[in-house]
Design a protein around this ligand. Structure first.
Ligand SMILES: [Zn+2]
Ligand SMILES: [Zn+2]
Length: 411
């Protein structure tokens, strides 16, 4: 019996580990208890390089009314890691019947798509993706070559949020990070590169996961997804329904705030709205007592438009102090086909009250939706190609080149 959680939605985390992964520091039952305690209701089994099913553990622990799984794996090697489900573990065979990883993620994706027979609802995602190698500069020679051509069409989702805090409002596809007292490195920002790629026509869904390898420190629940579910009882969750919603982008990603965003005519994330001149968005953000937000920013084709930015400072009347932090209908004027992402975040708060001494405590509250697409001209949705004022970042970007590009952008 479902005890809490939003009605009609399912809380999901599609990437976690336990004993069988080999690099994890808790038992399988501990991971199951961790997932159930954090009220994750759907958690595919994603151990490294072997097919496995957590369901017997869930049943033995008496947690079948709290949590459900589907057998799957994380296919892992020295390049792209991919999660996929469902599969049938084959005991007493090598890796329980898992396929072998391939350095070309397209071959891995095709292999997973057809493994144990084609399955139309099979889910395939790239974990903690190297957006540059995968989609921009495959051979790493510093020139745009399109990455692994066709890969974007072979996958269903990518992890834009894997355990750490979000930089989706950072506005830069790369930044300079101090690696030691004498050395700086260029860090690529997945969330922003994904916004650039959306404008190039990429349509795979964004995912938020924990990739938990421990219980304290890198445990479950810094991030989760919410997506529609016909049943509010975890034991009745249908992985096929879940996979279809996820493929369609009908989901939000959150490190805590509960975000609802739709057009006033009811188009949900992942959907296509029709609106000559624009649309209106109905936005509601709710938080538990130890989480707060102070900014709601709508990204229009990835750009943080100033007229679609609301903060507690600039719009105090828009923000509440109770459970409901923001509840408004916002008109969005548009002159071209536009994808809309609502970001709700706490720029001056973190998760420390909930996470204590865990490094997850430093993560800022953040939630955003997969895009709502708006067809403005009535001829279907056409991506605008905009790179958000930056080049598509290539490999081998030196600290000096990065500094020059950042300086040029800020002028
Ligand atoms: Zn991995
Ligand atoms: Zn992993």
């Amino acid at each position: 019996m479902r005890r809490w959680g939003p009605a009609g939605l399912c809380g999901a985390d599609c990437h976690n580990h336990s004993t069988l992964s080999g690099d994890n520091t808790c038992g399988t039952d501990d991971r199951i208890i961790n997932l159930a305690a954090e009220q994750i209701e759907f958690a595919p089994t994603t151990e490294h390089n072997r097919l496995y099913d957590w369901q017997p553990h869930i049943d033995r622990l008496g947690l079948h009314d709290e949590l459900t799984t589907v057998p799957g794996l994380e296919l892992t090697g020295s390049g792209a890691h991919l999660n996929a489900f469902p599969f049938r573990p084959a005991p007493f065979t090598q890796d329980n019947g898992a396929p072998v990883w391939n350095p070309d993620p397209r071959i891995s994706a095709i292999t997973l798509r057809d493994w144990q027979g084609a399955e139309p609802d099979r889910w395939i995602q790239i974990n903690h993706p190297d957006m540059v190698a995968d989609f921009i500069d495959r051979d790493g020679d510093g020139r745009v070559d399109g990455g692994f051509a066709g890969l974007a069409q072979l996958i269903d989702g990518i992890e834009t949020q894997n355990y750490r805090g979000s930089e989706i409002l950072g506005g830069q596809p790369f930044r300079i990070q101090r690696a030691s007292s004498t050395r700086e490195t260029v860090v690529y920002v997945r969330e922003v590169i994904r916004l650039q790629m959306l404008n190039q026509g990429h349509r795979y869904a964004a995912m938020a996961v924990n990739d938990a390898h421990s219980v304290h420190g890198n445990g479950v629940d810094a991030w989760r997804m919410y997506m529609p579910s016909a049943s509010d009882e975890p034991s009745a969750i249908d992985w096929r329904e879940n996979s279809r919603h996820a493929k369609a982008g009908r989901s939000i990603l959150t490190s805590g705030p509960f975000l609802q965003a739709e057009t006033t005519d009811g188009i949900q994330p992942g959907g296509m709205a029709r609106g000559a001149g624009g649309v209106s968005l109905r936005i509601k953000v709710q938080c538990t007592t130890w989480i707060d937000i102070d900014r709601v920013q709508i990204l229009a084709n990835g750009l943080p438009r100033p007229d679609l930015n609301f903060t507690r400072q600039t719009h105090p009347d828009r923000f509440g102090d109770g459970v409901v932090k923001f509840d408004a209908t916002v008109p969005v004027s548009l002159t071209e086909d536009t994808h809309l992402i609502v970001v709700a975040c706490g720029e001056h708060s973190d998760l420390s009250l909930g996470y204590g001494t865990s490094p997850q405590a430093a993560i800022r509250p953040c939630a955003y939706n997969n895009p709502i697409f708006v067809d403005v001209d009535g001829s279907g949705f056409a991506p605008n190609g905009d790179r958000l004022g930056w080049p598509l970042p290539v490999k081998q970007l030196s600290v000096e080149e990065a500094r020059k590009l950042i300086a040029a952008r800020s002028q």
